[in-house]
Ligand binder design. Structure first.
Ligand SMILES: NC(=O)c1ccc[n+]([C@@H]2O[C@H](COP(=O)([O-])OP(=O)(O)OC[C@H]3O[C@@H](n4cnc5c(N)ncnc54)[C@H](O)[C@@H]3O)[C@@H](O)[C@H]2O)c1
Length: 265
């Protein structure tokens, strides 16, 4: 059994992913951390009977005392990097779903993992459908270099654009060839109406609305035709298979892997 501590346990993702780990055959929850729910029994967060495991407020002491194999992190962009460092210090493998880690932090995490030979998985998206969307979009961009990304999320999401949209844009940027035609529509009568500029002919639009979960469209335009690739995560269950796979795989790694696609495909 892989022993897991869940960081961000009282959040929307933390609660549901903790329940999935609790129910899984290969891993078990030995602790939970969330400074905003300290002292709460994790059973009440998961919608089951009391478990006797109380949420802790401090990650460092939780990892040192409970000595888990893996820390699963679904916290906030401002917290996640320090949580990863704390996990490495305690010799615990991080499996990170939190988005918003910057390039410099990623590079440092990669170095820390390599130096300590500790497995680490950072996955901006755990849904296989979204990973396939990225793969297909990168392939399509070889033939349709003109493309825009529209990502749509629930109104509780803090960061924009989503980690998945950035990853999609990066993969398209790597694989597409020359743009056809000149970019138009640069005169914005309302600031930001053409979305965020990632690269020439590649803009990202972020929509935040109640009622939504996590959705993304990649629209390619060519001569007299468009191609749309779309993925919808309809419930948080869509993240479970990818997360459980990552918890198992991280036990075999001695370095950082960024992106679940590098494990699945
Ligand atoms: N990788 C994926 O597939 C995937 C899917 C959905 C969401 N996410 C990402 O997961 C993250 C969490 O999303 P959410 O919707 O659950 O957010 P949320 O705001 O509901 O939950 C975040 C939780 O983190 C807690 N927290 C804050 N600081 C902390 C700290 N220092 N230690 C421990 N806990 C701390 C908060 O109290 C809160 O309960 C976001 O970055 C989101 O983009 C990733």
């Amino acid at each position: 059994m892989i022993k897991v501590v869940v960081s961000g346990a009282a959040g929307k993702m933390g609660k549901e992913m903790m329940k999935a780990i609790w129910d899984s055959a290969d891993a078990k929850v030995v602790g939970a951390v969330d400074p905003f729910a300290e002292g709460v029994d994790i059973g009440s967060l998961m919608g089951i009977d009391a478990t006797g495991i109380l949420v802790r407020g401090n990650l460092k002491s939780a990892l040192t005392e409970l000595r888990p194999d893996v820390m699963v992190d679904f916290t906030t962009p401002s917290t996640v990097y320090s949580n990863i460092c704390t996990a490495f210090d305690a010799n615990v493998r991080p499996v990170v779903g939190t988005t918003g880690i910057n390039e410099e932090q990623l590079e440092t995490v990669k170095e820390m993992a390599a130096k300590s030979k500790t497995g680490c998985i950072i996955a901006p998206n755990f849904t296989i459908g979204a990973l396939l969307l990225i793969k297909f979009a990168a392939e399509a961009s070889k033939y349709f270099p003109n493309v825009e990304i529209i990502e749509m999320h629930h109104d509780g999401k803090i960061d924009a654009p989503s980690g998945t949209a950035i990853k999609t844009a990066e993969m398209i940027q790597k694989s597409r060839k020359e743009l056809t035609g000149k970019e138009t529509g640069k005169l914005e009568k309302i600031d930001g109406v053409r979305g965020g500029y990632f690269d020439e002919g590649l803009r990202i639009h972020s929509i935040r609305l109640p009622g939504m979960m996590a959705h993304q469209e990649v629209i390619f335009g060519g001569l007299g035709q468009t191609l749309t690739i779309r993925h919808d995560a309809l419930s948080r269950d869509s993240y479970i298979p990818g997360l459980l796979l990552a918890i198992n795989k991280v036990m075999e790694l001695d370095k950082m892997v960024y992106g679940l696609e590098n494990i699945i495909f």
